[in-house]
Design a protein around this ligand. Structure first.
Ligand SMILES: NC(=O)c1ccc[n+]([C@@H]2O[C@H](COP(=O)([O-])OP(=O)(O)OC[C@H]3O[C@@H](n4cnc5c(N)ncnc54)[C@H](OP(=O)(O)O)[C@@H]3O)[C@@H](O)[C@H]2O)c1
Ligand SMILES: *[C@@H]1O[C@H](CO)[C@@H](O)[C@H](O)[C@H]1NC(C)=O
Ligand SMILES: *[C@@H]1O[C@H](CO)[C@@H](O)[C@H](O)[C@H]1NC(C)=O
Ligand SMILES: *[C@@H]1O[C@H](CO)[C@@H](O)[C@H](O)[C@H]1NC(C)=O
Length: 323
């Protein structure tokens, strides 16, 4: 744990009025050297342009400097409007976007260019391939290699500081590493309290990603899309709120702290400024080793809130796509 913390450093303070807290960051492998990625960002999945715009304006007003969006979210215009309105210097904030999987070379460049156009920026900090196949779950090794190679060429023209993947398992990462000339910076996958002891299939092979130098990033850190009754477990559940009492912190703060204390970036989504503020106040306390272990051992909420911690949707992809 000490080693991990030593690798963290501070994100530069902002130019916004008022002094938002400096944002702790992790180092990822960029196209052209190391890149700092803030450990906290605002998620935008399922938000339309207007909700995404107000969420980004509020979050950045509270000191966030990282936003997670995607072509598939159809809200990049709103995100871009927010960023323009905030009038920050471009290098003061971090944008992650995603292009669909399963694209050929020309479609890859076109999709990625379209993200920049919608966002109204010259470059993104991180561009991910959203899925190891198309959204219909059809894909192949060859297609993954073609798309990655095209994404590398696009990024090298200065349009992304780092590139990576999302939902990829070990075999799918290996497909890309066979042809990669640019580091695979990040794998963004579902990971939250309840999955800490889940097997490699449920966690997109967390340890393998790390072994290959791919930063493991959490999505749905509060189990947002998990089914009831599990879906409030990381907000009001007994485990996270019970631990939180000791530190005068809330359930979501404990759930998020468990991730960032491991050097795993989080992108909690909220459209409520009080929740955003709460979710950002996770860098002023440290969970004890004992509490970290309790959270790691939790068996629920599982992936997608399902009945077991080994029911990753991605496992199905891995098995379907063997070619
Ligand atoms: N790569 C991918 O395929 C992928 C997939 C899923 C998600 N993601 C990314 O990860 C982001 C986060 O995941 P997510 O949107 O699935 O869900 P999440 O962040 O785990 O949870 C969001 C839910 O939690 C609630 N919430 C947040 N903070 C709260 C707080 N402090 N107190 C009470 N409720 C709180 C929000 O409601 P309120 O608005 O009421 O606060 C919202 O309903 C996404 O938005 C997206 O950017 C990526
Ligand atoms: C965006 O979503 C919000 C919340 O669901 C809704 O109230 C609003 O009408 C939507 N805006 C547009 C333009 O669809
Ligand atoms: C690449 O994909 C696009 C979009 O599906 C398609 O229009 C185009 O014909 C494809 N190009 C090649 C060379 O297959
Ligand atoms: C996947 O590919 C198969 C075979 O080409 C096709 O029949 C099927 O419709 C595709 N599924 C989707 C969701 O695109």
């Amino acid at each position: 744990m000490m080693l991990l913390w030593a690798a963290l450093c501070l994100w530069p303070a902002s130019g916004l009025s008022g002094p938002p807290a400096a944002q702790p960051a992790v180092t990822i492998k960029g196209v052209d050297g190391e890149v700092q990625m803030p450990l906290l960002g605002i998620g935008t999945w399922q938000y339309n342009n207007s909700v995404a715009k107000s969420a980004v304006v509020s979050a950045f007003g509270l000191g966030y400097r990282h936003v997670d969006t995607a072509a598939a979210y159809q809200n990049q215009v709103g995100v871009g409007e927010a960023l323009a309105e905030l009038k920050l210097k471009r290098q003061e904030f971090f944008i992650t976007s995603k292009i669909p999987g399963g694209l050929n070379a020309s479609a890859t460049a076109a999709a990625a260019d379209s993200c920049l156009k919608e966002l109204g920026v010259d470059y993104v900090d991180l561009m991910l391939i959203h899925f190891p196949a198309d959204f219909g779950k059809n894909g192949s090794k060859k297609e993954r290699q073609v798309e990655w190679t095209a994404l590398e060429a696009w990024a090298k023209s200065g349009k992304a500081r780092a590139i990576g993947i999302s939902h990829f398992c070990r075999r799918q990462l290996d497909d890309i590493l066979e042809v990669a000339h640019v580091p695979v910076a990040v794998n963004q996958v579902q990971y939250h309290v309840g999955m800490g002891s889940a097997g490699r299939m449920a966690t997109d092979d967390r340890d393998y990603m790390r072994q290959k130098g791919v930063l493991y990033q959490s999505f749905s850190p509060l189990c947002g899309p998990c089914n009831p009754p599990d879906n409030k477990e990381l907000l009001t559940g007994a485990l996270v709120t019970g631990i939180g009492k000791k530190y005068k912190k809330t359930g979501p703060q404990v759930a998020l702290r468990w991730l960032v204390q491991q050097g795993i970036p989080v992108i909690p989504k909220s459209h409520v400024p009080d929740h955003m503020k709460e979710n950002s106040e996770i860098f002023d306390f440290e969970l004890s080793e004992q509490d970290m272990t309790l959270l790691t051992k939790a068996q629920h909420p599982a992936v997608g809130g399902g009945p077991s911690a080994s029911d990753s949707g991605d496992r199905g992809i891995e098995e379907e796509l063997v070619v």
